[in-house]
Design a protein. Structure first.
Length: 163
């Protein structure tokens, strides 16, 4: 089945929007950091917003009161300092805003299952078997994105030994 591209992804939006969810499907993301920062709207107006950064995305999401209340509700955590590491389900809802119905990102009132640790011992063994920097680079490049993220410290350790 062909994946279709929403027209909004053709523009350089700095923050996640409904167009960020491929095929409109819910996604599970892990909160990396939250902070208040100044956001410049499409009309050029500057506004202080509460922003959430995720481990799985380069783009942050602006959190409104509704989304913050949902996080508090599902985790019983009102303090934002306790939110990093929490996993949330993000989906799209139709909401009324500015006199029209629009799509908005919403934190679902669902607590995702905890992540199960992934065993990367085979991938680590492959890296440790490298006899040269070129072989290490080739072995590391062949890993999945998740394995690379998990084994970057091993790669860096081996790199210093192979120099």
């Amino acid at each position: 089945m062909e994946t279709l591209t929403h027209w909004k992804v053709q523009f350089n939006y700095e923050y996640m929007g409904s167009y960020s969810l491929s095929d409109g499907k819910d996604v599970i993301m892990t909160i990396k950091q939250t902070k208040k920062e100044q956001v410049i709207g499409t009309n050029g107006k500057k506004e202080d917003c509460f922003v959430c950064y995720f481990e799985e995305s380069d783009k942050p999401m602006i959190l409104n009161r509704t989304n913050c209340k949902t996080i508090e509700k599902i985790y019983k955590q009102p303090y934002i300092e306790d939110w990093p590491g929490l996993r949330v389900v993000i989906g799209i809802d139709k909401v009324n805003a500015f006199g029209e119905t629009v799509e908005a990102l919403r934190i679902r009132a669902i607590k995702p299952e905890p992540l199960k640790p992934v065993d990367y011992s085979k991938e680590e063994a492959k890296l440790r078997s490298s006899k040269s920097l070129d072989e290490l680079q080739a072995n590391f490049t062949s890993l999945s994105v998740e394995a690379k993220h998990a084994l970057v410290a091993v790669k860096d350790e081996l790199k210093t030994k192979l120099i």
